[in-house]
Design a protein around this ligand. Sequence first.
Ligand code: NIG
Ligand code: FE
Length: 408
Amino acid sequence: MMWDVLWLDARLATMTAGGRPYGMLEDGAIAVQDGRIAWIGRHDDLEGPPAALAKQVHWIDGRWITPGFIDCHTHLVYGGNRAREFEQRLEGASYAEIARAGGGILSTVRATREADDAALYRDAVPRLKALMAEGVTTVEIKSGYGLESAAEARQLSVARRLGESFPIEVITTFLGAHALPPEFEGDADGYISYVIETMLPDVAETGLADAVDAFCETIAFTPEQTERVLSAARRHDLPVKLHADQLSDLGGAGLAAKYGALSADHVEYTSEESVAAMARAGTVATLLPGAFYCLRETQQPPVAAFRRAGVPMALATDSNPGSSPVTSLLLMLSMGCTLFRLTPEEALAGVTRNAARALGLADDRGTLEVGKRADLCVWDIDHPAELAYRVGFNPLAYAVKDGRVRQV
Ligand code: NIG
Ligand code: FE
């Protein structure tokens, strides 16, 4: 029996925890069979000449291989953009003020409802390609700009279609509780009832979403309203995530932990108590430095406390038209280190091992290990720290999705 593909003369950052930094392995080789890693180790430990071992052999000249990148928090599918609000914020208006005046998320809701499916798809493609060009092989995409049943379903199905059309896996998240739509003005509780009695059962039945998210914040939903969504999602057996503690501490991350959330995201204002609850629940802290940067926030997430408590930290683009018009995960590595004081190794774990965990996919991808999906990035670098060190430079030689070299 021969392997499908064999990569040789590689340096490997396996990103497995607990061993050498970055899970490094020099003089490495990786063999792939049926889209999964079949063998990994030192070249010298291969039994036999490469040509006899695999149908296809790639000698890569000492280049580094990491797990394929995973962007575990995006809002990639939406209509319009919010460049005008960017100007307003620079003139002094805050994100929350713009939201309260009916702009912000609601302005994207209007544009998304007006856009037809073809336009939503067409606008998302270049953003998806930008992520892929930097080695993203799995991306999470949320709804949350429809805020009524059909429009939310449209966003989710466009996201699914992107995953079917491009060599990247799309994981979808239903974010019906993102903002209060105009039809329910003054009746947030009524809207939450609509979310859990109408939208959520639809989403669960059609299988359009892999998880459920909500926005717990003073400008969005209260902890009580959020809790109704999380518990309804659990009743439908859907895993949960939460936009938590971004602009204030409402105890959101603790609430997420109470429902066994895969992740609590943003988490700038998360308290020590919530950090402890996350550690107990195994909830990942997903850090979103793009939103922190674009909103010129100053409150940093409690990275030292997460580290002490053993809360895994993921990093993502939060790609969205308002708080984070970002389509570079490499830039998030840099910002994670410079703005949030992650180490380059933590940053890289944040877009591989811990991002997989934030999507409930830790057993399937996120590290280079036998049995895991053969999603790989091949980099023209001399050390993995370079991925976080350089700004605005893309050293990707190529990515591999399910064992196939990807042409972007
Ligand atoms: O993750 N925080 C809430 N939701 C998005 C922003 C969405 C928007 O402003 O359109 C976020 O930052
Ligand atoms: Fe977000």
